[in-house]
Design a protein around this ligand. Structure first.
Ligand code: GDP
Ligand code: IMO
Ligand code: MG
Length: 428
């Protein structure tokens, strides 16, 4: 059995797309299991840049089966746009399959997302405004619509009739938004989407389990990151799904006994988009420099990402809640040229050292990071192809990261391109 779950070990944008693409050449199947088009996974291969939001980052290889599991929420318009863009870029998308149990995002989800954020004022989460939260809310409230209902004309027509009326009321009465969605227009639009998407609908749980049974290598691609997890993240500044490894089982329909490796992707520093606590955030020129050197602007929304030092409290937490087997450290090249580097080893709270990431945001706000300082390296490392050729300072930095989390580093990324990847340990 060879199954690998790849998760974000920080607040998202760790480079999951890049590492998924890198590992995908060895896999037969790549599966997304949660989130929606709040995700933006960038893959750079052979000089071309691909931006993926819903389609697994294995799609660039013509022969891989790429599956979207039941745990994902799908905006069909966005998915079709993504399929069209990939086709224009010469990518074969015929191997995509979508779970009939995946929930569908409608325009009212997006309007509610925006209205909710506006109504929160200073307490807003800074969502991607893609309707993700409201779509998962409908799923949990048992009023959502799934792909299987979308592609059944009668079910779609029937469902939409009730739902539109209810959502128009929510928008006008609760949020004072006079944006009335019209039944016939939306039915026509979504019928069109269904027509194009129905050929992709297939039982993902069956496909994944059959593949594992015949010994195929299966890679599960997480979206977002551990600290954006609905249960384990910095609640309420989180997303509405479960980016952690356990969700691969739930979101693709397989048992926990079928997973044998979990890879946590982490940047050599850390970033966050949107609101919420961030202990090692750099509110200074250095933070801006890292943003510029790392081109830290959101793939989905273009928002500048907040930047800070690597946080080993978070890494240990991610190791624990995901059961990490390995770490993949990305964007090490971005730190080149800095005189001094810092790693947060613990938090100081009222004079005591805290090593475990706290649940209370109130407490977290009073935590002061404790740093270990390192001399940086001045060399450009983006052309290094062997770990042994990295400057000693970079190797020391990586060794320390490894020690602090107790998780071996298996991959080091020194650039966005597929071949700017150093392999220390075999994953598949
Ligand atoms: P994801 O959401 O986790 O897939 O990450 P994103 O794609 O949103 O953000 C990561 C960004 O960093 C993308 O633009 C990648 O092309 C880029 N990237 C990934 N790995 C590296 C790396 O090692 N070095 C540099 N300089 N860029 C990288
Ligand atoms: P990838 O897969 C970084 C953040 C948003 C916001 C919070 C809730 O590219 O790593 P949502 O729209 O999900 O309700 O927003 O979560 N967020 C992400 N941040 N990377 C992502 O995805 C994200 N997806 C959501 O910025 O703070
Ligand atoms: Mg991203």
């Amino acid at each position: 059995m060879s199954t690998v779950v790849l998760v974000g070990a920080q607040w998202g944008d760790e480079g999951k797309g890049k590492i998924t693409d890198f590992l995908a050449w060895q896999a037969e199947m790549v599966v997304r299991y949660q989130g929606g088009n709040n995700a933006g996974h960038t893959v750079v291969a052979n000089g071309q840049t691909y931006k993926l939001h819903l389609i697994p980052s294995g799609i660039l290889y013509a022969d891989k089966q790429c599956l979207i599991g039941n745990g994902v929420v799908i905006d069909p318009g966005v998915l079709l746009q993504e399929l069209d863009t990939l086709t224009e870029q010469g990518v074969n998308t015929s191997n995509l399959r979508i779970s009939p149990r995946a929930h569908v995002i409608f325009p009212y989800h997006q309007s509610i997302d925006i209205a909710e954020e506006e109504s929160k004022g200073n307490l807003r989460i800074g969502t991607t405004c893609r309707g993700i939260g409201p779509a998962y809310t409908d799923k949990a409230s048992r009023v959502g619509m799934r792909m299987i209902e979308l592609v059944d004309q009668d079910e779609l027509a029937e469902n939409l009739r009730h739902t539109i009326e209810a959502k128009n009321k929510v928008l006008s009465r609760l949020y004072g938004v006079e944006e009335f969605f019209e039944y016939n227009t939306m039915l026509e639009q979504y019928t069109g989407y269904a027509e194009r998407l129905k050929k992709y609908v297939a039982d993902v749980s069956v496909l994944v389990n059959n593949a594992i049974d015949r010994g195929a290598k299966v890679l599960f691609e997480g979206a977002q990151g551990t600290l954006l997890d609905l249960d384990h993240g910095t609640y309420p500044y989180v997303t509405s799904s479960h980016p952690i490894a356990a969700a691969a089982c739930l979101g693709a329909g397989l048992g926990p006994t079928r997973i044998n490796t979990v890879v946590g992707v982490a940047k050599a520093y850390i970033t966050r988009v949107g609101e919420g606590p961030f202990p090692t955030e750099l509110h200074n020129k250095l933070g801006e420099l890292i943003r510029e050197q790392g081109f830290e602007f959101g793939t989905t929304t273009g928002r500048p990402r907040r930047c800070g030092w690597y946080d080993a409290v978070i890494a240990r937490y991610a190791a624990r809640v995901n059961g990490l087997t390995y770490l993949a450290i990305t964007k090490l090249d971005v730190l080149s040229g800095l005189e001094t580097l810092k790693i947060c080893t613990g938090y100081r709270y009222k004079g005591e050292i805290i090593n475990d990431f706290p649940a209370s945001l109130k407490l977290l706000a009073q935590c002061e990071p404790v740093y270990h300082e390192f001399p940086g390296w001045q060399e450009d490392i983006s052309a290094v192809t062997d770990y042994n050729d990295l400057p000693q300072a970079a190797k020391d930095y990586l060794k320390y990261l490894e020690e602090l989390s107790g998780v071996p580093v298996a991959i080091v990324s020194v650039g966005a391109e597929r071949d700017q990847t150093l392999v220390l340990k075999k994953i598949f």
